[in-house]
Write a new protein. Structure first.
Ligand SMILES: Nc1ncnc2c1ncn2[C@@H]1O[C@H](COP(=O)(O)OP(=O)(O)OP(=O)(O)O)[C@@H](O)[C@H]1O
Ligand SMILES: [Mg+2]
Length: 148
């Protein structure tokens, strides 16, 4: 797993392709691990699930990765460390988010939350926020920040 060129806690990059998104995911991985939780933000089709798939593949996860739309949380245990994947797109109230009991998934591995910006005050402390903004074709602006 490449950790060279690891990024600092705040930054921005423009990626031109799926492969470049994957390369950036690999550079972001140490920061994701340090944070423990990651909020993936951006419009429909921005590439949030693609980023989760890239992280899973970098960790060597062998289970198929899909968006946890109805189950609300998927955990993958076959990689280098546990990967948990939640999606808040369909959640309508803070109570539903609290009902997920996400604190149980913190502390070991990484928790990735698609649409985490729907309920920003419920994101775990030390969440790395990643915003993906589609530009044109396959290019995306990816901005990240981890507040101390
Ligand atoms: N550079 C890129 N990075 C990520 N995805 C890209 C890129 N270029 C094209 N795509 C395409 O954009 C689509 C992103 O879909 P994806 O399901 O990851 O979006 P999403 O943000 O999870 O959407 P949703 O809000 O519906 O969950 C995929 O079809 C992917 O192939
Ligand atoms: Mg998605």
């Amino acid at each position: 797993m490449a950790t060279d060129n690891a990024v600092t806690s705040e930054g921005s990059a423009v990626v031109q392709s799926l492969e470049e998104t994957r390369e950036l995911a690999s550079r972001l991985l140490p920061l994701m691990r340090k944070a423990g939780s990651v909020s993936l933000e951006g419009p429909l089709g921005a590439g949030k699930t693609h980023l989760v798939k890239a992280v899973a593949s970098l960790l060597g996860v062998t289970e198929p990765v899909s968006s946890p739309t109805f189950t609300l949380l998927h955990s993958y245990s076959s990689g280098a460390y546990p990967l948990h994947h939640s999606d808040w797109y369909r959640l309508e109230s803070e109570g539903e988010v609290l009902g997920l009991g996400l604190e149980e998934y913190l502390g070991e591995g990484v928790l990735l939350i698609e649409w985490g910006d729907k309920f920003p005050s419920l994101l775990p402390k030390d969440t790395l926020r990643i915003r993906i903004t589609p530009q044109h074709d396959e290019s995306r602006q990816i901005q990240w920040t981890l507040k101390p």
